[in-house]
Design a protein around this ligand. Structure first.
Ligand code: ZN
Length: 309
């Protein structure tokens, strides 16, 4: 009698944790895993994937995807992923080796597929993407109309990897695309207030070719100044001469971290020193550009403020 009573109780006691484990597994299996190469794509994949997709970003906020060194953890994430989202256009030179070492068998989405590719000067960029002088400019995401193509490519990749989520991915992508159209119109209206003669800036990282072509702003690289190392006093003197010669109203200096040098440039030329522009990475969540949309908005605002008469 005692035994008969005990058995079902034991079975029930065992069944409870088992049920928890099984349902926990089923839930994790429902979410597909996607790896994004850098923070801007990570944000887009998260927006479009919603709660059906677990997104792992390899190069995080403020990271430099040009010179990234993948880690064993990255390979582990990639080996578990169903989808890999990359920019393409030579941006992630380290990716094919990582894919091989991870034995990645999933679907690779090249987010920039279909954009009208612009050329850039490999040397002007500093962190050269190849030996040739003119190379494909990978920074296509700086034009929100290209961002819409990115969103469609990511949506299509997720739909292929997880057909059950198609309706969700379509709705999420449509929302992002509509937001990009609205932001594009806002940015255009904001930047149109800048007089044509003031539409030029110096930026040390040549990453705004697509942005400049879309909104009619000329981004000029500092002559003879390395974008990789800290600018020297001699570099600063050269920048000052260039600003005066070309009557450039504003300067955005990524590699002049010494405030006194930036102040000297401002004092001697009258040019405004702009707030940091975000080119190849988002800011951390408490910064001014935690999402792709925030980044575009922040950059437009920083440019408009620095170039206003
Ligand atoms: Zn770049």
């Amino acid at each position: 009698m005692n035994r008969r009573w005990l058995r079902p109780r034991l079975a029930a006691a065992l069944a409870v944790p088992l049920l928890v484990i099984v349902s926990g597994c089923a839930h994790a299996a429902d979410r597909i895993k996607a790896v994004a190469s850098f923070s801007i794509l990570g944000d887009m994949a998260r927006q479009i994937g919603g709660d059906r997709v677990e997104v792992v970003t390899l190069v995080g906020p403020n990271g430099d995807a040009h010179v990234y060194q993948p880690t064993p953890t990255d390979a582990k994430h990639l080996s578990e992923a169903k989808v890999l989202v990359i920019n393409g256009l030579g941006f992630e030179g380290w990716m094919s080796r990582l894919e091989r070492s991870a034995g990645f068998k999933g679907l690779t989405v090249t987010a920039s597929n279909g954009v009208a590719v612009q050329q850039m000067d490999a040397e002007g960029h500093g962190r050269s993407h190849g030996k040739a002088r003119a190379v494909a400019d990978p920074h296509a995401w700086q034009n929100p109309q290209n961002g819409k193509l990115y969103a469609r490519n990511i949506r299509d990749g997720l739909m292929q990897a997880d057909p059950d989520g198609a309706a969700s991915y379509e709705a999420n992508a449509a929302r992002l695309i509509a937001a990009l159209d609205a932001l594009d119109a806002q940015v255009r209206a904001r930047l149109e207030t800048i007089p044509p003669t003031r539409r030029k800036v110096i930026t040390s990282h040549d990453a705004f070719g697509y942005f400049g072509a879309t909104y009619g702003i000329q981004f000029i690289a500092p002559q003879g100044v390395s974008t990789e190392s800290e600018a020297s006093a001699k570099d600063v003197a050269r920048i000052i001469r260039q600003i005066k010669a070309e009557a450039i109203p504003a300067v955005f200096l990524e590699n002049v971290s010494d405030k006194r040098l930036a102040e000297q440039i401002g004092r001697e030329t009258g040019a405004r020193i702009g707030e940091a522009l975000f080119s190849d990475a988002l800011s951390p969540s408490d910064g001014p550009a935690p999402t792709y949309l925030d980044m575009l908005r922040h950059n437009a605002e920083a440019l408009a403020a620095a170039l206003a008469p």
